[in-house]
Write a protein that binds this ligand. Sequence first.
Ligand SMILES: C[S@@+](CC[C@H](N)C(=O)[O-])C[C@H]1O[C@@H](n2cnc3c(N)ncnc32)[C@H](O)[C@@H]1O
Ligand code: SF4
Length: 456
Amino acid sequence: MAPMSPTDLVARYDGRAPRYTSYPTAPHFTGDVGPSVYARWLAALPEAAALSLYLHVPFCDRLCFYCGCNTGVVRLESSHRAYARRLIAEMKRVASAIGRRARVRHIHWGGGTPTTLPADALVAVMGRLRALFDVAPDAEVAIEIDPTSLASDRLAALREMGVTRISLGVQDLEPAVQQAIGRSQSYAQTQTCADLARALGVHSLNLDLIYGLPLQTRESVERTARRALDLGADRVAVFGYAHVPWMKKHQAVIPEASLPGAVERFEQQQAIHRVLTEEGGYVAIGLDHYAKRGDAMAQAAACGRLRRGFQGYTTDDAPVLVGFGASAISQLPQGYVQNAPTAAGYGALIDAGGLASVRGIALTAEDRLRRDVIEQLMCALQVDLVGTAAAYGADPAPLIANAQGLARFAEDGLAQFDGRCVAVSEPGRPFLRSVAALFDVYLAESSETPRHARAI
Ligand SMILES: C[S@@+](CC[C@H](N)C(=O)[O-])C[C@H]1O[C@@H](n2cnc3c(N)ncnc32)[C@H](O)[C@@H]1O
Ligand code: SF4
């Protein structure tokens, strides 16, 4: 079979699909799950369950035009300090609802830009966290860093916090693109930050790149990817620009007409993929990650232990994720819970003396099964529908019926289905979200489909 042209592939498969960092996805959360349900769920956590903790800091020094994260420009130190105090208050309440000093294996600081918090506040939050939770000596402590706004006093704080993994936002290294996205960041700045991270002794350095931005071309993203290779990161995340101005109003600064079209996006993604895998020797992981061969993520993917959660791909196999801060989502055995999305809303709920949860969803038996199917696809590019259904004591017939939707993918050599197992091929990797969407009953049932970003 002759390979399809990018134009044909994109014409057939460029739908809009969720990123599946959860199932059901966040647009299906409702107000039925609030603080009292969350407290009950926390109290019922099995004693043996290890936790993964996520701390969200919704502040930045500036707002990049493309940003889709939950953040805002807040430079007032008093606001930063008040937020850190609220994080500590929330941690105390969660720990008390759990009723013991729960074991913790992974901690992730995300945002926004967590290092907007003053150095002593970062250290204080981490200190309280270690007092309230039993953090394993070899726990991973990860933090997202903006290389353009890392004040020098934060380095000592990062060391004191015991940070083991640093993720640097790079996005694109071409000045014209940077100007079009409101983010000037010289190569030297990025390089210095990468060197500082290494000097701190972190054992894993990640970079984030984006394609599909204004003024990017196949050649320009190749140049960025090649220069990124020189930074020697252990992992690289390559995101397709999600242009969702109906949700992120500030993105309207980026005119739709300045964005690469669907075919160009696909070719940019393929170009970065080639540079990272063929020239850089990285292993492609799931939908959008790349890891050096010896890296823990490459190893986890090779032996089927890779997981997908709200921070994307992870080696963290802790069964429970507890999120702190505005908009943070927790994943408990009973379901998902999300905190109030804005810093103000979160602050008001914490100051009122309770937990800050406002939405969520209790998982049904079918949700758990479908979540597992979708996670296996997103992580391993394959799933045994019959075996997975059997593990949940469920009838595989509805899943097998969904898999009939793979016929067109099979015709184009993107995926195979033998009546039991689904296997997505290497050329099918960019279309993983669309394959996963076949098993998403919420997407199929909703008459008003939430508007997602492009699948490619
Ligand atoms: C919280 S930020 C990273 C830390 C820090 N704030 C920075 O920008 O360097 C997380 C990452 O999300 C990605 N991102 C943000 N907005 C995006 C969008 N609209 N589409 C795709 N990726 C996006 C960027 O790659 C960014 O580095
Ligand atoms: S990309 Fe990072 S620095 Fe830029 S606005 Fe978003 S969270 Fe802030």
